[in-house]
Design a protein around this ligand. Structure first.
Ligand code: HEM
Length: 270
């Protein structure tokens, strides 16, 4: 068995670590994961759209709807772009733009989540309209999806009240921040579970072109979910002394910084 020192020495010898400091190593892992998130997220969105267009062309108007949402396929497209892709982007925002003050980042975060709210409302309306002639809420997917939508709504309302208007008192805001972050990650994971159960329900169960596209879309959804969760829950990628803007270092937002047991300095509880 190689010791840690021997392993590290052989990695240096083969040029894998190139004498990177732990900080540089962290940054590299961070950016590689972020890049993978963007690639898999974009592929997921593109594949869902291609799958929807192919499916729609093959099946005509796909029954029973009224108004503009005649096709069932609006639902998966709107939900995937909103609940999965944009929620994931909103969650990663604070991890990526670490030089931008957290108070400023609240604005694009709110805009992203407002867009998700609109797309979710349209996507949910679309499925109820398109499936008006079948029994509602008859599948597990329907219930997972409904739970996700309700939790997203609760998270949006509390986030708005605490962080925008009227704003929570400092002790309450400090207590609420990790709750908001945990709930955000939970809603995102549930959204991915909803999308996957939806694809399992209605994706073609064969190896036709569209069947393969729907399965690939599902696999890229899983890749996107893993990358986002790694970036969001990993303490190493939290806004710390090595990433935080100067003005934030002085702001009371970092009063919940804790000393970690290692010599990395403090890590803010995000
Ligand atoms: C975050 C993503 C999603 C959420 C929150 C969500 C939510 C919902 C909800 C609440 C319903 C119930 C509507 C009703 O009973 O009439 C539903 C139905 C449905 N969804 Fe989704 N959905 C999502 C993504 C998807 C995706 C990606 C697909 C892909 C095919 C899909 C396919 C379906 C189908 C086929 C139904 C009708 C099921 C039935 O006939 O009972 N959904 N969805």
């Amino acid at each position: 068995m190689m010791t840690d020192i021997e392993t590290s020495a052989s990695l240096h010898q083969y040029g894998f670590m190139k004498n990177l400091s732990p900080q540089q190593h962290k940054r590299n892992v961070f950016f590689a994961t972020f890049f993978a998130a963007q690639v898999s997220g974009l592929l997921m969105v593109v594949l869902i759209i291609v799958w929807a267009i192919n499916g729609n062309n093959a099946s005509g108007t796909h029954v029973g709807g009224i108004g503009p949402f005649l096709s069932f396929y609006y639902h998966p497209v709107l939900m995937t772009i909103g609940m999965v892709f944009l929620t994931g982007q909103g969650a990663m925002l604070f991890r990526v733009l670490t030089r931008v003050d957290r108070n400023i980042l609240k604005i694009p975060h709110l805009l992203l989540m407002s867009t998700v709210t609109i797309l979710t409302a349209l996507g949910t309306y679309a499925i109820f309209v398109a499936q008006a002639d079948v029994t509602p809420m008859r599948d597990l997917h329907d219930w997972v999806g409904l739970l996700t939508i309700i939790l997203f709504g609760v998270q949006f309302i509390f986030g708005f009240l605490a962080k925008f208007y009227p704003g929570a008192s400092p002790p309450l805001a400090q207590w609420y921040r990790p709750v908001h972050n945990f709930m955000g990650a939970l809603v995102f994971v549930l959204a991915c579970a909803s999308a996957l159960t939806g694809l399992a329900l209605d994706g073609e169960k064969d190896f036709s072109t569209n069947g393969s596209i729907s399965k690939a879309a599902g696999l890229f959804t899983i890749c996107f979910a893993i990358c986002v969760v790694v970036l969001v829950v990993n303490r190493d990628f939290a806004r710390t002394s090595w990433t935080t803007s100067k003005s934030e270092e002085r702001s009371p937002l970092l009063t919940n910084a804790v000393l970690t047991s290692s010599n990395r300095g403090y890590t803010a509880i995000e």
